[in-house]
Design a binder for this molecule. Structure first.
Ligand code: GSF
Length: 201
């Protein structure tokens, strides 16, 4: 299988961490979905990365869908089998995705010419980043991982979100505000799956 992705995408990083943790073989195809030459729309009509292209040529897109497909392909499992336990992990993942979505909205708005930026829109999205990170800190409390002693997809999504926020929106400074999140993320970052998927530069 092939993964179409950029090296900076936090959504793609979530998938790349899972592939590394499960030691699944894949070809990384670097794509900038914003460039005029991108081939991504041929594989995903929405034109976004990550996209997983399977050996039969069929495609899966949206990082959550790719995670759903990958989880049973190798150990360890990142999702409980069913029921409320699985829904809770999915909700943790949605929290991470939501922090990322709001952060990306700010990042893209700031790319516009200063006079065309909407400060109210940026403030609204910043509110989501801040309240999302506060909720994550409350959920983690003093636990090793969000759901106890086992790392789940929720931990991976939230860690990719926070590391991306630190990379692109350093003014958010969540490490200073939430030392427990810092300790949790240091544990995750020391894993080869996170170390090898760090954005360049
Ligand atoms: C979001 C993917 C996305 O926004 C997912 O896979 O979870 N819900 C999707 N990808 C961005 C790159 S990045 O911000 O990670 C993308 O490809 N954007 C191109 C565009 O045209 O919006």
């Amino acid at each position: 299988m092939k993964l179409l992705a950029s090296k900076t995408s936090p959504y793609a990083r979530k998938v790349r961490v899972l592939l590394a943790e499960k030691q699944l073989a894949f070809e990384f195809v670097e794509e900038n979905s914003w460039s005029a030459e991108t081939t991504v729309p041929r594989f995903n009509p929405i034109g976004k990365v990550p996209v997983l292209v399977l050996d039969d040529g069929s495609c899966l897109f949206d990082s959550s869908v790719i995670a759903e497909y990958l989880d049973p392909l190798g150990a360890p499992a990142f999702l409980p089998p069913a029921g409320m336990e699985r829904a809770r992990v999915r909700c943790d993942e949605a929290l991470g995705n939501g922090i990322t979505d709001a952060g990306v909205a700010i990042f893209l708005e700031r790319k516009r010419e200063a006079s065309r930026q909407d400060p109210a829109w940026i403030a609204r999205q910043r509110g989501k980043v801040d309240s999302g990170i506060a909720a994550l800190a409350r959920e983690l409390g003093g636990k090793a991982y969000l759901r106890g002693d086992t790392m789940t997809l929720g931990d991976v999504a939230c860690a990719c979100a926070l590391l991306w926020v630190e990379f692109r929106l350093p003014e958010v400074a969540w490490r200073a505000q939430y030392p427990a999140l810092g300790r949790w993320i240091e544990r995750l970052e020391s894993r080869p799956s996170f170390a090898t998927t760090r954005p360049p530069g």
